[in-house]
Design a protein around this ligand. Structure first.
Ligand SMILES: Cc1ncc(COP(=O)(O)O)c(C=O)c1O
Length: 393
């Protein structure tokens, strides 16, 4: 009989030539357990997705309760379903007035697709601008605005009129013109290893968008729901987007995304033509109750307020001559090493030592630390010791 690993490799489409093949039995809190009962401290959280840790009863109870009521009843946008409207209302309560209307999707990439369409519909303009080295998803629209040609070349032709600015390069903002429907930007650039904005870059982008009548789309798929210590990343940078895209952590382990804008803009998807953007499962009630439970819990506790303290703990316990720098913000941190071999070795050896770390899409010399926001101080210190132990060896 084939081993599970072999079945996985043979019958599941593979995206990476060397997957870790960790065989999962269960996950709870900050730990994932393999089928042999070995515990792994999770410094990745399903790539910034498991906001409240694994199998948090707050999420599982909400899901179980909803499962007993109903699951899918109709395509998105037809029936009034309390998981959806309660989540949309609570999001609106915690966002600026101009971001009061939510369209739920199944994923981050779909949120980006919807936002791109809405911007074109609203402005009648052809061009979408994104940043060099940005990642916004793998569907064809999102891929068209990905800022890395190596990942795009074999999938061309993609969307026309997708152009770029350079993250943190204010001079490149001249590329945003009256032809530009929208600029899509991450508050912290993910694929390059959590590069943070400098010299008021995001504010300058906002300014240029306002000058040219271009819509600003913030891709907060990775930064939303408290990862930077504020509910949304844009709050840290005094910038209000015209369209906000969220996903990943908003479901605390369940698959949901959303694009959010003003009611007036969203209303453009309702007419001429009708059904301007449709989805069967977007805003699935099971995922909406998970997201609502997560949001209510974040708002009712001091989890977000503790993010800055936890960031400092990481920074304090990760000083080592072989760590060349720590980038990022909040619980979205990246460790920079002097070469790719060392970064790879740290990830591989950590796994052997019961600590999960992970890579970035575009930089090979850095590794990501994005644990559940509920990680404890002791767990942070324990994981940092494992990393330093490997560097010493
Ligand atoms: C910044 C950013 N945008 C968009 C996406 C795409 O989200 P999804 O994988 O849910 O489609 C990701 C996923 O990694 C992301 O990090």
């Amino acid at each position: 009989m084939d081993a599970p690993k072999d079945i996985f490799k043979k019958h599941q489409a593979q995206t990476f030539p060397f997957p870790s093949c960790l065989e999962i039995e269960s996950a709870r809190g900050s730990y994932i357990y393999d089928v042999n009962g070995k515990a792994y401290l999770d410094f990745v959280a399903g790539v910034s997705a498991c906001t409240l840790g694994h199998s948090n009863p707050i999420i599982t109870n909400a899901v179980k309760e909803q499962l007993d009521k109903y699951t899918h009843v109709m395509v998105y946008g037809e029936y009034v379903q309390s998981p959806q409207y309660k989540l949309a209302q609570l999001l609106a309560k915690n966002l600026p007035e101009s971001l009061s209307c939510t369209y739920f999707t199944n994923s981050g990439a779909e949120a980006i697709e919807g936002a791109m369409k809405l911007a074109k519909r609203a402005t009648g303009r052809p061009e979408i601008i994104s940043c060099k080295d940005s990642y916004h998803g793998s569907t064809q629209g999102a891929l068209s605005i990905m800022g890395n040609e190596e990942h795009k070349a074999k999938y061309r032709p993609l969307l026309p009129n997708c152009n770029q600015i350079i993250y943190n390069d204010i001079e490149s903002l001249v590329n945003i013109t009256k032809q530009t429907a929208a600029v899509v930007i991450e508050p912290i650039q993910g694929g390059t290893g959590f590069v943070t904005p400098i010299n008021n870059f995001l504010e300058k982008v906002r300014e240029r968008c306002t000058q040219t009548g271009t819509l600003l789309i913030c891709d907060e798929i990775q930064t939303c729901f408290g990862r930077l210590g504020t509910l949304f990343g844009f709050e840290k940078y005094s910038v209000i987007p015209d369209i906000l895209c969220i996903a990943k952590g908003m479901g605390s382990g369940m698959p949901i995304g959303a694009f959010i804008s003003s009611w007036e803009l969203m209303n453009l998807l309702t007419f001429e033509p009708k059904l301007g953007h449709i989805t069967t499962f977007g805003g699935h009630p099971i995922n909406c109750v998970a997201s609502l439970a997560c949001l209510e819990h974040l708002l009712a506790t001091d989890i977000m307020q503790e993010v800055a303290k936890k960031e400092q703990l990481f920074r304090k316990h990760l000083t080592h001559p072989k760590i060349k720098g720590i980038r990022g913000n909040g619980l979205m941190l990246s460790l920079e090493f002097e070469n790719e071999e060392l970064a790879k070795k740290v990830v591989e050896q950590s796994l052997k030592n019961g600590l999960i770390l992970f890579y970035f899409l575009f930089t090979k010399t850095a590794i990501r630390i994005t644990p559940p926001l509920t990680i404890s101080d002791d767990e942070i210190i324990k994981g940092c010791r494992i990393i330093k132990g490997i560097l010493k060896a």
